[in-house]
Ligand binder design. Structure first.
Ligand code: SAM
Length: 278
């Protein structure tokens, strides 16, 4: 078998050798081009001396890139036991630098982690719940200092959407309240095997250590869920779900009760959350 710069065989050969057929249920769309995974690996800065948390390493295309790009250590969480022998071969090629945890990333205990980067080609089925979980994490600043995460392009656009746009919603407010998100790379379906139906995008997130105006993110989530759950309605109607007197709440925040959710800035939602908790 031919080998790549890391002296391991090409991904295509490994997948064939281990008969790793992609499972849709697990969101398995693999990246096989090591040049591309190396580019993704370095989107949130140099990995020299860094610890990286990777979710869903699969056959290891991105994992190998993270190690080649100089990560001191990669902690990789994979749900599919079929990938473990392949990951063990990568671990053997990089002694002491790859730790594989078999399990569900949604249940991962992150309480002992700090100062790491999260870099992942996420399974689409868990991408949004995982992101929301990490945005809501306590204490803040969080256990990560940067994230580069792959989403369906449409989800990536919602994350970075400004007020006034059709895609602005709960995910935009939560993401932009706690981080600076940016679409760093857009990938066509053909970049993956098997190709998904839609385009994908890598979003980088830089956590904001201390937001200028702070609030309880749980309250912010409740308000934005209610407001955008009925995005065509005026806020005086949609916020009835979370407030006994939405008109008074909106007026106290300096927001006309006839406005709709998509017109309100992140700061406006933060003010509403602060007032709700008073
Ligand atoms: N990182 C590989 C790559 O870029 O080629 C695979 C990415 S693939 C989109 C998503 C991976 O996440 C799969 O390996 C899948 O088995 C794994 N996965 C799916 N659900 C998971 C979960 N809840 N926790 C951890 N891994 C999961």
């Amino acid at each position: 078998m031919a080998t790549l710069p890391d002296n391991l065989p090409p991904l295509r050969d490994i997948i064939k050798f281990h008969d790793l057929s992609a499972k849709k249920k697990l969101g398995q769309n693999f990246l096989l081009d090591l040049n591309l995974t190396r580019r993704i690996a370095s989107l949130s800065g140099s990995l020299e001396g860094q610890t990286v948390l990777e979710i869903g390493p699969g056959p290891g295309g991105l994992t190998r890139a993270l190690l080649l790009e100089g990560a001191d250590k990669v902690i990789a969480v994979e749900k599919d036991p079929r990938c473990l022998p392949i990951l063990a071969e990568i671990a053997a090629a990089y002694p002491g630098r790859l730790e594989v945890i078999e399990g569900d990333a949604l249940e991962l205990d992150v309480s002992n982690f700090s100062g790491l980067k999260i870099i992942a080609n996420l399974p689409y089925c868990v991408a949004t719940p995982l992101l929301v979980k990490w945005l809501k994490i306590s204490p803040w600043p969080p256990f990560y200092n940067a994230m580069s995460l792959m989403f369906q392009k449409e989800v990536a656009q919602r994350i970075v959407a400004p007020p006034g746009s059709k895609t602005y919603g709960r995910l935009s407010v939560l993401s932009q309240f706690r981080t600076v998100p940016d679409i760093a790379l857009i990938l066509p379906p053909e970049a993956f095997m098997p190709p998904p139906k839609v385009e994908s995008a890598v979003v980088t997130f830089r956590p904001i250590e201390k937001p200028a105006e702070d609030c309880n993110i749980g309250t912010l989530e409740k308000i934005t869920t209610a407001a955008f759950g009925q995005r065509r309605k005026m806020l005086r109607a949609s916020l009835k779900q979370v407030s006994a007197d939405p008109i008074a709440l909106l007026e106290a925040a300096g927001i006309p009760p006839t406005e709709r959710a998509e017109q309100i800035s992140v700061a406006g939602f933060v003010r509403l959350a602060q007032l709700m908790d008073q």
